[in-house]
Design a protein around this ligand. Structure first.
Ligand code: K7E
Ligand code: CUA
Length: 635
């Protein structure tokens, strides 16, 4: 009984119904209460889904649990993250390649047979044309591929294929290929777009260059992979087929039709393997003027944004954002037109198919359609930016809208549960709204973004919950939680990092000229060594190994008066460089709470004046080492 009252109140408050109480007859057992129950996950229990939200120009990934909408963690990807030292330790610093920002739009979970397999998560950095791979085994960024040669602004990216054979990228802002000085006025003549297919190693996920295709200088916008019958193809929308280079808001909206490009990635890779590509900037580039049968254009009305393939893989749905319809194309019709050689000319060597030949249906969804997701019952859900609504429609005759729901406000992408797979679960969709306006307590002019969880299980869509997100999710994906089995410690036996030591007796400071390497241990609650003696001007590399194998016992390493801080997780070894610029004493400490004696976990760097004689190898006093060794044995 008590629980029911709490739930009702929580529901009323969260849905903002409290103020409507007097006029609301069924308030006690009404929508608020049942909605609250549907998002309620008891303390100590876990959510049914992981949701991965892109961090937009924050350059990372936010992880939420669904349906509770609880924020769980942030995975640093393209942006340094001081708490864990991402971009500070030598390995992650090298991976970031000198960049300190990214604009991440589209998380793409790896797939096997067209279903999420829980192995990796890919995400794009649009401005610097990079793709990152995160291992879902430990939720860490493992590889950043790029900047991809010849490609400017990877927005239609990464959108993995059904067996994660490829991830893709395409130029949103065309530029000269290869990039060189030209007049912007020579846009149509000198600028080109690029569509790139990046191979993914099936065993370890490593990305490498597959092929590039030289495209007309349109603005390549979004993508999706074919599946089922359309497996082997990737689809890309574009706007600005007018090839305007200024005042785009007017000039890029003139033409009746823009395009979806359909890329046969197997034919493209084959052409590269047969030596039909020209190397430009280190990448094999195929020119459709010379290489036939790799890419086709399908006309789409009015500056499309999203393109989405339905779960069966039969239909390609594109939304002209200045139109009120979703245009649905039939893959079978597209194939028939290509095989029959029925083209309507070409654009820079890319054959153009006839709109009527390929179109299956137009669905009058409403104003400003952007993106479509799917459920398990043959419905599509399209976000309507201008109407601030989601339209639910029937994929198949009579191709009609069956329900609509208001969202607050100005929805961009939407994320359905397992919505990009061959088997969406049809339970939830999350509206990723661009504007939150008044939905949350005011925090001044920088508003949070607003996401809304919507239940798809009933005949009508039902709004369950609002939750704020930090700047600025574009797309997101939701995967059933049981598909992920993350590790919680790094097995010590598998630690073969060059800087690793596994016994207190091996702790030491070694010097070669000005370079000093500190091989040390971090174990509750001691740095071994905790006194490090160096010379002014030395380059000091700290290699700390956390020997702990207990859950949740990470140690930190922060150096005063510096930008140096990192976290070392159980079983992990990390290396960080610090420059001894000035003689004196510099304390360091464990910055991550680890035990009752966390406060005592600290040490000193003693920096002597330049040229003070130093032993080539320093070791901690034997009795200290013995103490730590004894401590480790009792572990
Ligand atoms: Cu914001 Cu996919 Cu970059 Cu649409 S994108 S809304
Ligand atoms: Cu180790 Cu705090």
């Amino acid at each position: 009984m008590k629980r029911w009252i709490i739930l009702s109140l929580a529901g009323l408050v969260t849905l903002g119904l409290a103020s409507q109480l007097p006029g609301c007859a069924s308030s006690r057992g009404g929508a608020g209460a049942s909605a609250a129950q549907k998002v309620y996950v008891k303390p100590g229990e876990h959510d049914a889904y992981y949701a991965f939200l892109s961090g937009g120009h924050h350059g990372n990934i936010y992880v939420y649990g669904m349906p509770s909408c609880r924020y769980i963690t942030t995975i640093p990807v393209f942006t340094p993250e001081p708490a864990v030292g991402y971009g500070v330790d030598e390995e992650s610093k090298a991976m970031l390649g000198g960049f300190t920002w990214g604009d991440a739009h589209h998380p793409g979970l790896s797939e096997t047979d067209g279903d999420y397999d829980g192995r990796w998560l890919f995400i794009n950095d649009m401005p610097n044309a990079r793709i990152a791979r995160i291992a879902l085994k430990d939720f860490k960024t493992k590889q950043i591929f790029g900047p991809i040669a010849n490609l400017s602004a990877a927005h239609a990216c990464p959108f993995p294929t059904p067996n994660t054979e490829y991830v893709f990228a395409a130029s949103r802002f065309s530029a000269p290929v290869p990039n060189r000085y030209v007049k912007v006025e020579d846009y149509a003549k000198e600028f080109r777009g690029i569509i790139a297919g990046i191979k993914v190693d099936p065993k370890d996920g490593t990305m490498s260059m597959g092929f590039e295709i030289l495209m007309p200088p349109f603005h390549w916008d979004l993508a999706d992979a074919g599946k089922g019958p359309s497996h082997g193809w990737e689809f890309f929308t574009c706007y600005n087929s007018e090839m305007a280079f200024d005042s785009l808001e007017v000039k890029a909206s003139q033409a009746e039709m823009d395009f979806v490009a359909a890329v046969d990635w197997r034919a493209s890779q084959k052409a590269v393997d047969e030596g039909k590509a020209k190397m430009i900037g280190g990448a094999p580039v195929l020119d459709p003027n010379q290489v036939k049968g790799i890419v086709y254009l399908i006309p789409v009305p009015k500056s499309p944004h999203g393109v989405d393939v339905n779960p069966s893989g039969e239909y390609i749905c594109a939304s002209g954002k200045l139109q009120a319809d979703v245009s649905v194309y039939s893959f079978a019709k597209m194939k028939a037109a290509i095989d029959g050689g029925k083209f309507d000319g070409d654009r820079m060597g890319v054959p153009v198919l006839k709109y009527e030949d390929v179109l299956e249906a137009t669905v009058p969804v409403g104003l400003g359609p952007l993106h479509t997701q799917f459920d398990d019952k043959g419905n599509g859900y399209t976000s309507l930016f201008l109407d601030s609504q989601i339209a639910k429609w029937k994929v198949g005759p009579p191709w009609n809208v069956v329900d609509k729901i208001d969202v607050y406000y100005s929805i961009g992408h939407l994320m359905a549960s397992e919505g990009d797979t061959r088997h969406p679960t049809g339970e939830y969709v999350v509206a990723l709204n661009k504007l939150s306006k008044d939905r949350f307590l005011s925090v001044g002019p920088t508003h949070p973004e607003a996401a809304q969880l919507i239940d798809l299980r009933g005949p009508k869509m039902e709004l369950l919950y609002d939750f704020p997100t930090y700047l600025e999710p574009h797309y997101a994906q939701m995967i059933r939680a049981e598909k992920l089995k993350p590790i919680t410690v790094y097995p010590m036996a598998e630690n073969n990092k060059p800087g690793a030591i596994k016994r207190a007796e091996d702790a030491r400071v070694e010097r070669k000229g000005n370079r000093v390497d500190v091989y040390g241990l971090v174990v509750r609650t001691h740095f071994t060594p905790d006194i490090v003696r160096v010379n002014e001007g030395d380059d000091v590399y700290f290699h700390w190994t956390n020997l702990e194998q207990d859950d949740d016992i990470a140690h930190g390493f922060g150096i005063l008066w510096s930008n140096c801080n990192m976290q070392v997780e159980p079983g992990e070894t990390k290396t960080m460089r610090w420059k001894a610029t000035k003689a004196g004493i510099t304390p360091f400490y464990c910055s991550n709470f680890c035990s009752a004696l966390h406060q005592e976990m600290q040490g000193y760097i003693e920096v002597s004046p330049r040229g003070t004689p130093m032993a080539t190898v320093q070791r901690p006093e034997p009795e200290k080492t013995a103490e730590v060794a004894a401590l480790l044995r009792t572990e």
